[in-house]
Design a protein around this ligand. Structure first.
Ligand code: NAD
Length: 450
């Protein structure tokens, strides 16, 4: 099929590449000219495993192309995907201006019927709004005889696994009551259902809510686990034992129950705020999710609070090594990453940060620029040269195996704060380090700290 995709971010690019790879002809459009120029050379603007190769192959095969022209996209695609950002406004509501603007743009160039497929995460009722906007614009432009259909097809990919998630989705939600649109989407996704049917059809509103409900379920698990971790510390229990104990219950499972320094990223916090806003607008109190949000706001401060407690005289002049800047492994995305709260708090107190991340160094530089209190180090081990303490913020594989004797010989205050519970506390403390994880009992180091 001929498909156009508006927006070449994580969702648009990964989806476009996956669709092209099964044989569809996909044209991607973005307003960012630099991005498009790079993409034409198969250079993606984001770090996602496998994405570069997939784009390269499909560009060569002529199934994938890139443009800045929306008229080209409307002429090309019988299906037009909308994969634009829907950032949170100040009141938490999703900003739909880009989505509505593209809907009008599509109508402006439409000469035949078109189907809009909303991939962006949008509040319940958005498809109806897009349809109304498009129909009004068609009438205004004297093209009332043309038909526009709107499908809600939310995306569930995880950054760091975006290509795989799009190429091998667990399920494909198609929200539409229009039979033609349903059969178009069934044809589009048929190559992804070869093994078994993954399509779940429903109405637009239910599809829109499904996306928020999935995110809400996941972040609830995280916040609950973080609260239990804080309780475990208080009562002298070990949250890692508790995690193993509950995760092995098949009704619970091991996903999304790792205690940590709060959830972040471009989606979870914003989608939670947006859902709370939807509740508010509908006079409905989702009390549980308000608590999930509040717990996360506090949990984002947990690493800084631990440092503050360790340094009661303040952090001014301290040099803090940081491992991990991305909000999760296998991505360079730092949007709402918990580390940002730590960095800003440390700088506010007069500390210097020596940081390393396998992918997010350029993104960190882009966000914070050159400043005396931020040293971006070439390797993980460089960060601890001339540092007082080490904080681990992202659970990259590259941080899993560590020479603790080396750390103990370098860190002036021999302090390791582990926001992801990566290490065995006994092993770390045996090297003479003070080790603090999330929800772990305190163990006194065998070798006293200097
Ligand atoms: P993004 O910010 O990475 O990318 C959006 C892209 O759209 C940018 O390249 C931007 O230049 C482009 N753009 C903006 N206005 C445009 C216009 N008028 N025409 C063409 N292009 C335009 O966003 P993303 O992370 O891919 O997310 C897109 C949507 O998908 C959001 O609603 C998000 O909540 C949702 N989502 C994201 C993820 C994720 O992990 N990132 C997962 C599931 C759903």
């Amino acid at each position: 099929m001929d498909v156009s995709v508006f927006g070449t971010g994580y969702v648009g690019l990964a989806q476009a590449a996956a669709l092209a790879d099964v044989g569809h002809r996909v044209l991607c459009v973005d307003i960012d000219e630099k991005k498009i120029q790079q993409l034409r050379k198969a250079v993606p603007p984001i770090q996602e495993p496998g994405l570069s190769a997939l784009i390269d192959n499909n560009l060569r095969e002529g199934r994938l192309s890139f443009s800045t022209r929306s008229d080209d996209a409307v002429t090309h695609g019988q299906l037009i995907f909308i994969a634009l950002g829907t950032p949170a406004d100040e009141d938490g509501s999703a900003d739909l201006r880009r989505v509505l603007c593209v809907a009008r743009e599509v109508v402006r160039h439409m000469e035949v019927d078109r189907t809009l497929v909303i991939k962006s995460t949008v509040p319940v009722g958005t498809a109806a709004r897009v349809l109304e906007t498009a129909r009004e614009a068609l009438v205004e432009l004297g093209k009332g005889h043309l038909k526009v259909r709107v499908v809600s097809n939310p995306e569930f990919l995880m950054e760091g696994n975006a290509v795989n998630d799009c190429a091998r989705p667990d399920r494909i939600i198609v929200g539409s009551e229009d039979e033609v649109a349903r059969s178009q989407l069934a044809e589009l996704y048929a190559p992804f259902c070869h093994n078994h049917d993954k399509l779940i059809f429903m109405d637009n509103r239910s599809a829109e809510l499904t996306k928020y409900a999935a995110n809400a379920m996941l972040v609830t698990r995280i916040s609950l686990m973080n609260e239990l971790a804080n309780l475990a510390k208080q009562v002298g229990a070990d949250i890692e034992s508790v995690r193993k104990g509950i995760g092995s219950d098949p009704r619970i499972g091991f996903h999304y129950i790792h205690p940590g320094c709060g959830f972040g990223g471009s989606c979870s916090p914003k989608d939670l705020r947006s859902l709370l806003h939807t509740c508010h607008m509908n006079g409905f109190q989702l009390r549980l999710l308000r608590a999930v949000h509040e717990v996360n706001e506090e949990q984002r401060q947990v690493l800084f609070r631990k440092l503050q407690k360790h340094y009661p005289d303040g952090l001014e002049g301290k040099s803090i090594a940081v491992w991990g800047l991305a909000f999760k492994p296998d991505t360079d995305d730092m949007r709402e990453a918990p580390i940002r709260y730590l960095l800003e708090a440390l700088w506010h107190e007069g500390a210097t940060v020596r940081a390393f991340d396998p992918e997010a160094m350029s993104e960190c530089r882009r966000l914070y620029g050159y400043r005396d209190d931020l040293v971006l180090c070439a390797t993980r081990d460089d960060t601890v040269q001339d540092a007082d303490a080490l904080v681990i913020c992202t659970e990259w594989k590259a941080f899993r195996v560590v020479d603790f004797e080396f750390l103990a010989s370098k860190l002036r205050d021999r302090l390791v704060i582990d926001g992801r519970n990566l290490y065995n506390p006994e092993q770390v403390t045996a090297a003479g380090l003070h080790y603090q994880g999330i929800g772990l009992p305190r163990i006194v180091p065998l070798v006293s700290a200097s």
